[in-house]
Design a protein around this ligand. Structure first.
Ligand code: CTP
Length: 396
């Protein structure tokens, strides 16, 4: 009973393979899960609501307005531990990628905060189409997991990728997703990358942060089961899988995105936030004036995001972690920074070498109990260790 009392909302959309949703439902229930099906109009062409209801032992939801009258799409969206879309048609993947809410399935998929696993099933040409590829990439970047598609015999004569994954393989993917990591059920916010502060519409002040360390931390936390919101400045690296990434440019936007993501159990501030921004960013490009001296840029102080969240009056995360980039007296400065900003831990790094943009990092973890010196490690390994320490820190 690997899925004992786990709640699965199973969305069945239009595909010849929809009959396999019955087998998947049977396997899920045998593993102990509670299954509540949502049947789209397309899905109902291939499998009956009576068959789904019989095998799931649940009522089948298929009408947005009927659901509204009974329990409401928001309650449906909040109910599950996991939403499984199997089969996921090209059409439903497109609607999910574009945030449409034009039937019950799409509305619940837009409203849910649960993890989503999609098992695509479609004609190989439709799967290979750049539109579908782009939709799948978008969904994956938002943390949607995928099982399949597989290769093999299909209803159509064409061969290639597009066949629904076997129910037993979808079950294995579900079990892997729900296997409780030490951070399961926790929400963690991570900031990463530089900020860009506009001077005028074409110029900005920024810094050399690559986002590698912050992104690696977000990925490591997600791998331990946390729900992660990553708030990132402009970076050239991809969004980590399984993480909800919010892209912003300025420090003020970063603060707003972090505040919007509260409440959280922990927050890690790995971004290299610009301390100052040009006070006024004119809406027109600043031009050279012949004979005149170069313009002066007056700077204004940006909000300190770490300090703001660490001293939040009502929604301070239980564990607030800052970074300190130092070139000398690393530990002393980090200790002082921990006090000044009101955070619990400081990850102090010596940035006198090639840390910014580099692949490795040598850090010291400064807590109320003292200082841990970690060896020089790849940034992914620093991230993994930090994620494990966070799991310990949040353990009851
Ligand atoms: N930070 C922030 N918002 C700011 C500035 C910094 O959230 N406006 C966070 C960073 O993400 C990091 C920590 O605060 O976690 C770094 O603090 P900061 O005071 O900027 O220290 P350093 O960059 O180390 O520089 P300095 O030594 O000048 O204080």
């Amino acid at each position: 009973m690997t899925l004992a009392s786990r709640k699965i909302l199973l969305v069945v959309s239009g595909s010849v393979a929809a009959y396999k949703a019955l087998e998947l439902t049977r396997l899920l229930r045998r593993a102990g899960a509670e299954v509540m099906p949502i049947l789209t109009a397309g899905g109902a062409r291939f499998v009956t609501r009576e068959a789904l209801a019989g095998i799931s032992g649940s009522r089948v939801h298929d009408d947005l307005w009927a659901a509204e009258a009974e329990i409401g799409h928001i309650r449906l969206a909040r109910w599950p531990d996991l939403v499984v879309v199997a089969p996921a048609s090209a059409n439903l993947l497109a609607r999910m990628a574009h945030g449409l809410a034009d039937d019950l399935a799409a509305t619940v998929l837009l409203a849910t905060r649960a993890k989503v696993l999609a098992a695509p099933a479609m004609n190989p040409a439709m799967w290979a189409h750049p539109a579908t590829a782009a939709n799948v990439a978008t969904l994956a970047s938002r943390g949607v997991g995928f099982a399949g598609p597989a290769e093999g015999a299909m209803a159509e004569p064409e061969a290639g990728l597009g066949r629904l994954a076997e129910p037993s393989d979808i079950l294995a993917a579900i079990e892997a997703l729900l296997a409780a990591g030490p951070l399961a059920g926790r929400h963690v916010i991570v900031t990463s990358g530089p900020t860009q502060e506009p001077i005028d519409p074409v110029r900005y002040i920024a810094n050399r942060s690559s986002g590698k360390q912050g992104h690696a931390i977000a990925a490591a936390l997600a791998a331990l089961g946390a729900r992660v919101t990553l708030v990132s400045g402009p970076v050239a690296i991809p969004d980590p899988p399984g993480v909800a990434t919010r892209r912003i440019a300025t420090a003020r936007e970063m603060l707003a995105a972090v505040e919007a993501a509260l409440p959280a159990d922990a927050a890690i501030f790995a971004a290299a936030v610009a301390d100052f921004r040009p006070e006024a960013a004119p809406t027109q490009k600043i031009k050279k004036q012949p004979g005149a001296p170069p313009p002066e840029i007056r700077l204004a102080l940006n909000p300190d995001i770490l300090a703001t969240i660490a001293t939040h009056p009502t929604q301070r995360p239980r564990l607030v972690i800052g970074f300190a980039a130092e070139t000398e007296q690393v530990i002393d400065h980090a200790r002082a920074k921990r006090q000044r900003k009101g955070c619990d831990w400081i990850v102090a790094n010596d940035v006198s070498g090639d840390v910014m943009g580099g692949a490795e990092n040598a850090v010291h973890l400064v807590t109320a109990d003292g200082v841990e010196d970690w060896p020089r490690l790849p940034k992914e390994e620093v991230a993994r260790r930090l994620a494990l320490r966070i799991a310990q820190g949040l353990a009851p």
